[in-house]
Structures are given as C-alpha cells and as structure tokens.
Design a protein around this ligand. Structure first.
Ligand code: TRH
Length: 380
C-alpha cells in the first residue's frame, strides 16, 4: 500500500474533479492505497458526490480522504505518489516538503486526454524540477504507449448486467421522473451552449420514430429554452414537440450519470470524463469537445474521429464525422442527424466493438500503478 496525493484545481465545469474523483476512488477501492484528494472547489465536488459536504476541511468519501485545498496550505507529510491533475500548480510549501523529505517521491502531471499522434511520444517523459525533484508527464490515451483510460475493473460487467435488466432501468428512470415509451429512442444530452441544438431538435420533432430526450441541468438548457420559447425549465419539467418529448433532469451523482448513459440508445456528451463514460456505455455517441482558443480543439476532434472510425465503412464514418462536425460547428444538425440514422445498426455494433477493444488495454489506474512500480525498481 502506498500513500497517494491527488491535487485538483477546478478550472471550470466538472471534468477536472470528475476525472480525479473517479481515479482516487478506484485507486483506493481496487488497489488499497491511502488516497488524499485535494480540491480547491468543494462546491463542484458536491455536485458529483451529493453526500459530501462543501464546507469541511477534511472528510472521508468512498474510501478517499477529501481535503479542501486552501491557502495557506497546511503542513502535511507529502505522499509517496503525488499527482497534479491537468498541470495545476502544487502548493510551493508542499514542493519544498517533497524536496526536504529525504526520501524520493514520484511526482506526476496527469494530462488531458487527446487522441493526437504526439501523445504517445510524450507519455512518461521526465521534467527536472528545482531542488533535485523530477516530474513525469502522464498522458491518458486510446493507443499503445499511452496511459490508457479510466475504467474500474468491474465497470463493464456492471454495465452489461444493468443493460440486461429492463426493470432495473425502468426503476432508475422512474426515480428521475421518466417513463420510457415503447418504441421511442432514448437520448441523453450533456453539452455546452450549442447553436446547433435547434437544428437537431427540429429534426427530432418531425422524425417518424419518437424520441425521448433527457437533459440534465446544465449549460445547454439556454439553447433548449430558446428553441422551446420558454422562459424557464427545471428538473421534472417535460415538453412535447411533434414526435420529440423533452425531459429535464436534475444533475445526478456521478454513478447515476453512468446509469443514465447505460439506459440510453444514444448519448451526447462533452469534455473528457462523460466522453469516456459514453464509450464504456457501448452505445453510439456524439461528442461536444471542450472549445479551445484558436480552434485547437478541432485537431483533437479529428484525431479521435480518425481512430474511432477506422473500422467503419466509409459511408458510416462519413455520416458520423458529418454529425460530429456539425455539432461542434453549431450548425447543420438538421441534415446530419437523418443521414446518421441511415447507418444506425452499424454504429450500434461498432460502439460495442470499440468498447471491447479499448477494454482489452490496461486502464489508467493500473498504468499509473505500474509506472510507480517501475519507477521504484529503477530507483532502488
Ligand atoms: O464538465 P465538463 O465540460 O468538463 C470539462 C472537460 O473535462 C474539459 O476537458 C476541461 O478542460 C474542462 O472541463 C475544464 O465535461 P466532463 O469532462 O464530461 O465532466 C463532467 C462530469 O460531470 C463527469 O464526471 C460526469 C459528471 N456528471 C454528473 O456527475 N452528473 C450529471 O448529471 C452530469 C450531466 C455529469
């Protein structure tokens, strides 16, 4: 058993805390490590873990010691493995304590996920730091030579059992106020503000097959309100437009969000963590990538689409690419959605196959632990 400190600075949204909270839980539950998760915005953490408190300095949640990352930073003994998530800056006093401790600490910067080619070349590279310390870059990824993806050991077994259990799904949805209509396509929608939503909703409202669209509270509600011509929408609200019924859901706990994805036939997701979880759901998906300055996110989007669609026929790959580009450009969904439906069975098969292929690789927590062991034996 080793002691691990994970530092998370919440930049915006929920991806930073979403990833680190999952990783901390997994390392504690599956590997028996002592985990401290330092978070500078407990308010964001509590959205994902509603049983927690946003106002205590220290609390234990799912086997993890969750600590408020405040200034001045308390005097603590540095852990054996120190992870700064997404290049957040560790407290200077903590770095000094690492340098002064006399024993070696593994210091890792856990990077954002990208499918771009350069990632494998940078994964694991060292970066010398003042005070004789060394930091390593750890990149998650989809291909050999990267650190893999977050995936709990029992995740796919739990997912498949839930998807095979119609009454468990029904009970779960009913608790969220959703009654599943026979023959309707169930879609979840988690996205940033998106001008392309109107075109998609237009297409869904006139489609021959009914759609139930489940929208957890969040940024995209602005565009939903504009399309509906409503002033306000909250959890539990429902609207019908043609063959489209819209259900507004509360923002649910992280494990429930997984279940929501497992229930749906199609998941629109965003950022990093929900994007990975939709892949583990084994269902077709639509990714709203986190927009970056100067359009840097487009290369990331294209890089992922290239590897995700490699095994698809050119027609299916083109339909999927057209939809993803339309969604991220914020226009053209009314054309791209009906075209995608033509490829539906192939997309469904592919989503399961992709999930299996990715699951055949080491997961991120295992890769981190392996990196630590290698580092220890190298250091010995
Ligand atoms: O919230 P995000 O947009 O986070 C983003 C990305 O991580 C991006 O890469 C980063 O640069 C930026 O933040 C700062 O999307 P993401 O990554 O999917 O995180 C959302 C988390 O919220 C995820 O862990 C799932 C969780 N969630 C719930 O727990 N309940 C819910 O109801 C919903 C909708 C999401």
């Amino acid at each position: 058993m080793a002691r691990w400190d994970i530092f998370c600075s919440v930049v915006d949204n929920y991806g930073d805390i979403g990833v680190t909270w999952r990783l901390a839980r997994q390392l504690a539950a599956e590997r028996g490590h002592a985990l401290r998760l330092w978070v500078d915005d407990l308010g964001a953490f509590v959205r994902l873990c509603p049983d927690a408190s946003a106002s205590v300095e220290s609390q234990h949640c799912s086997g993890v010691e969750v600590r408020q990352w405040c200034e001045p930073f308390p005097l603590v003994e540095p852990a054996d493995v120190v992870i700064e998530a997404f290049a957040c800056q560790l407290p200077p006093s903590y770095i000094e304590a690492m340098a002064a401790s006399g024993s070696r600490r593994l210091w890792l910067n856990l990077e954002y996920l990208s499918a771009e080619d350069w990632v494998a070349g940078c994964h694991g590279l060292p970066s010398p730091q003042p005070g004789g310390l060394q930091k390593f870059f750890f990149f998650p990824g989809f291909v050999e030579g990267t650190g893999g993806l977050l995936r709990e050991a029992d995740l796919l077994a739990r997912r498949r059992a839930f998807q095979a259990d119609a009454s468990a799904q029904q009970a779960f949805l009913l608790a969220l106020g959703v009654e599943r209509e026979a023959g309707a396509r169930l879609i979840s929608l988690f996205a940033y503000e998106n001008a392309g939503l109107a075109g998609w909703l237009d297409a869904l409202a006139v489609a021959p097959q009914a759609t139930q669209l489940l929208v957890p509270q969040g940024k995209v509600l602005v565009d939903l309100l504009a399309w509906l011509g409503d002033a306000q929408l909250g959890p539990g609200d429902q609207r019908q437009r043609g063959s489209l019924s819209i259900h507004v859901l509360p923002f649910v706990a992280q494990d429930d969000y997984d279940r929501l994805l497992w229930c749906c036939d199609f998941n629109a997701v965003r950022g990093e963590d929900s994007f990975i979880r939709a892949q583990w759901a084994g269902r077709p998906l639509l990714w709203h990538i986190y927009p970056q300055e100067e359009g840097a996110h487009w290369d990331k989007l294209e890089a992922f689409m290239a590897i995700y669609s490699a095994a698809l026929t050119p027609e299916t790959a083109a339909a999927q690419a057209a939809l993803w580009r339309a969604w991220n450009a914020g226009e053209g969904m009314e054309m791209a959605w009906p075209a995608l439906l033509e490829t539906w069975p192939a997309l469904q098969r592919h989503a399961e196959q992709w999930c299996d292929d990715q699951a055949a690789r080491s997961d991120l927590a295992t890769a981190l632990e392996q990196f630590y062991r290698n580092w220890l034996s190298y250091a010995a």
